[in-house]
Ligand binder design. Structure first.
Ligand code: GLP
Length: 241
């Protein structure tokens, strides 16, 4: 894992946006695996700015998102489809038909998992997968477990994730209890992985990610077995190393 030290959130966002931008320049019809959460917002702002300036062209880019809450449709302001539209897709010249997020309102969970797995497969592989990291080491919504789940699956969110994500909802009772997430196998199949972390709250898990063993109780630890992973973290997130 290559570790890139950033000064602060803004510097982390610009460095990560530079890598995504280079990927789009090198392969204009690349497949980007995208993430939600607070951490990537600065990256999406930066990419939007460069697209507005005419330095970046999303017209051929295809995207596949990591996860979605079960029960929320794309118009719900806390759904990840809504987040992606608001923070990136509605602001750049991407063809929305080429953007994919699991369907939180699917009637049959098993069928939705299989459908989304086929979507990922049909894209011919993810060129660059962007990841954040949960305080408990989750990537996408792959929560700490006793196994690494391979494919898209429906997951029961842990109390710590529900607690962490409740800041974005009116009350904790409104946070969905389940989500669809890409599996560890699909994430690990990406050609290159870019993981970002910012702030003091992430320092313990960043330390565990870098120094701890590979184990499903810390899902992000599997990234150490991937041959092309870049971690961009700011001073605060790296402060316990
Ligand atoms: C969310 C998402 C993850 C994200 C993580 C961290 O629950 N499912 O993809 O990486 O939590 O979010 P944040 O960047 O807000 O700390």
């Amino acid at each position: 894992m290559r570790i890139v030290r950033a000064r602060d959130y803004k510097d982390m966002s610009r460095k990560a946006a530079n890598i995504i931008s280079a990927q789009i320049i090198l392969k204009n019809d690349c497949v980007l695996g995208l993430a939600t959460g607070s951490t990537p917002i600065g990256i999406y702002d930066t990419l939007t700015h460069w697209c507005e300036k005419g330095d970046l062209d999303f017209s051929q880019v295809k995207t596949v998102n990591l996860d979605e809450y079960v029960g929320l449709d794309g118009c719900h302001d806390q759904s990840y489809r809504y987040f992606m539209n608001k923070n990136l897709f509605d602001r750049v010249n991407i063809n929305k038909d080429n953007t994919h997020v699991p369907n939180g309102k699917a009637e049959n969970a098993q069928e939705e998992c299989e459908r989304y797995h086929r979507v990922i497969e049909s894209m011919g592989g993810i060129d660059l997968q962007l990841l954040g990291i949960g305080n408990n080491g989750h990537i996408g919504f792959n929560e700490p477990s006793d196994v690494f789940e391979e494919k898209v699956h429906k997951v029961e969110l842990t109390e710590s994730t529900i607690q962490a994500n409740s800041r974005l909802f009116d009350s904790i009772d409104e946070v969905p209890r389940y989500a669809y997430t890409m599996g560890i196998g699909e994430i690990m199949s990406a050609k290159r992985i870019l993981i970002v972390a910012s702030g003091k709250a992430k320092a313990p898990i960043v330390k565990e990610l870098i120094e701890g063993p590979v184990r499903p109780e810390v899902p992000a630890s599997i990234l150490k077995f991937h041959s092309d992973v870049i971690l961009i973290a700011d001073e605060e997130a790296l402060s316990l190393l």
